[in-house]
Structure formats: C-alpha cells, structure tokens
Ligand binder design. Sequence first.
Ligand SMILES: *[C@@H]1O[C@H](CO)[C@@H](O)[C@H](O)[C@H]1NC(C)=O
Ligand SMILES: *[C@@H]1O[C@H](CO)[C@@H](O)[C@H](O)[C@H]1NC(C)=O
Length: 348
Amino acid sequence: MEFLVVFTLLFMQIYTIGANIPAVIVFGDSSVDAGNNNQIRTVLKSNFKPYGRDFFGGKATGRFSNGRVPPDFISESFGLRPYVPAYLDLAYNISDFATGVCFASAGTGYDNATSAVLSVIPLWKEVEYYKDYQRKLRGYLGDQKANTILSEAVYLISMGTNDFLENYYTLPNRKSQYNVNQYQDYLRVIAESFIKELYSLGARKISLGGLPPMGCLPLERTTSFINGKGDTCNDEYNKVALAFNGKLYGMVKRLNGELSGSQIVFSNPYAIFQQIVRKPSSFGFETAAIACCSTGLFEMGYMCDQYNPFTCSDANRYVFWDSFHPSEKTNRIISDHLFKTVLSKFLP
Ligand SMILES: *[C@@H]1O[C@H](CO)[C@@H](O)[C@H](O)[C@H]1NC(C)=O
Ligand SMILES: *[C@@H]1O[C@H](CO)[C@@H](O)[C@H](O)[C@H]1NC(C)=O
C-alpha cells in the first residue's frame, strides 16, 4: 500500500514534468510582437490607445491589436501564462522570461531589406537576442535546467507578409532582382537556415507559421478599390500566399527527416482565415471588409490613435482591428484552431 502511494506520487511527478511545455518562445513580425518595437527607433508602434483597450488592464503594450495576439492564447492553451512578454520590455526579467519570451518585431520579415524599410529588428538580430536570453537563462537556472527548458519549449515563428506587401510589391529593388516565384524561394532558403540555426542552438519543437490570405487585409482591399477593381481581395497576393505556404510546408516535411529529434510543424492559418473573411457572420462578426479602428480603410499605427472619432465601440464585431491586423477575437479563433489541429501535437 505504502509502496503503491510512493510509486503513484513518483509517477505523477515524472508525468507532470514530462507533460508540460515549459516555455513558449516567439520570433516574427507584428502578427506576434508583444511590444519589442516600443524600445527601438521606428515609426511602427502601437503602444498607445486605442490599441490594447481589451488587453489585461486595458494596456497598450505594443501588440498590434485591441487585445491579445496568437502566442498569448497559445501560451495559455499550454497551461502557461495567458500572455508572452516582450524581451525588450523593462517590466520583465529573466525569471518571467523563463516560461515565455517574445523576440518579434512589427514590420520585420525574413529578408534583411524588409526590416530596413521601417528600421525594425531584423531576423538575425532576433536570434542575437535569443542567444543573449540563453546566456541569462543559464546564469539564472544553471546549465542543466536551462537546457531542458530550451529543448522542451515550443518555438513559434510567424512572418513573411511584410516581405511581400511592405517590400517586394512596394519597393523596386527586390522586384528588379527576382520574379515573385524566385523571391519566394529566396525567403524560403532564409527560413530554412533560420530553423537550422534554432535547432543548432537547442530548439526541437518548432512551429513555422504560414501566411494568411494577405490580399484580403482591409488595406489591400482599399488599394484594389482605388485601383478601380472594386471592393475585392487582391487575388494575386492571395495566390502568392498560397504558393509560399506550399513551399514552406514541403520544407517543414523535409526538415523533420533531416534534423534528428526535431518536431517541426507547419501552422497554416490560411484556410480558417479565408473562411472567416468569406463568411464573417458564421463566426459572429459583422464585417471583414473594413477594420474597427478609424475609417477602417487604411489606418494603422499612429494613424489609429485615440483622437480618431470613427473607431468602432465593439471590436468583437470586426474581423480586423486596424487595416493590417486582426482583432483579438479573430486572433483567438485562429489560435484555438491551430492549437487543436497542430500545436497540441507538441504535448508529450
Ligand atoms: C525579477 O523581478 C522581480 C520583481 O519584479 C523580483 O522579485 C526578482 O527578484 C527579479 N528576478 C531576477 C532574477 O532579477
Ligand atoms: C542579413 O544581415 C546579416 C547581418 O549583416 C548577415 O549576417 C546575413 O547574412 C544577412 N542575411 C542574408 C540572407 O543576406
């Protein structure tokens, strides 16, 4: 009897340790940035009202939404804190970051030239911050504990939209060097070496995010309208997103075989996002064509501030919060879907 109790307790302890994801570690752009841009010199910020008005305490953290972004919901689904703090946020220290940390920077991309457009943190520098984090974590917990966290943590990667919309289709440089198919390959190669670098640094459970139907962002609809194409999604951009997602998916399948002991998944938001945009009402939304903030046609960042009289009162009725970013409710629907269908596979 006593033996059984001791055995059961021991088993439970082992099970509990083995069953938990110790941390969520995030790389990417504004789809997942928790406020790193607050600390750098860029015009791309959102640490002012009405951003964050539905976040804990109504705080404008620098997340590009009215509330939480996907890593926050995913962290909560793994039984961790209901939000993932930004590495550069001075309100947090290594004891907070031991269970989750975000290195993402709004406006960045795979391509160095993309992060240069608005002077935000390039991907290579997100990796430098991650190395710095590793050193601090080892100093704080000791090598063994820190290494366990680093290898059992779930790594979330989400970027790529800016490489196309802010860079390739807006500036002349990359377009003169590559056709859009070649540019996708250029980005895919960077994504591959990034994943391999994370692996060499100890990461094992990696989620690579796909692109949304980026031609349906309100800003792109407005642009279509201005260009005389009516209020429609930009089909070309959506086709590019689909094609790029296909390339990423193929790479993820291959890397699982190449990197032994790795578990790499492709978190593809495209289909669910497309369903929401096509039929907002079946998800409880009123519209996907315009955003909540301001006129909803083109504003984001500083153009979407508290002095704007047109901002909607209930962001839950809108698929998009500003012209480029989903509302918290959309973020939650997509995160829950990805957790159920893909990310829960990381649970031991
Ligand atoms: C982190 O901050 C908390 C309070 O904000 C403090 O109690 C703790 O000692 C700090 N930890 C480290 C490792 O600096
Ligand atoms: C991006 O810039 C960094 C730092 O200059 C450099 O090390 C890296 O090779 C560049 N990446 C690509 C794909 O050119």
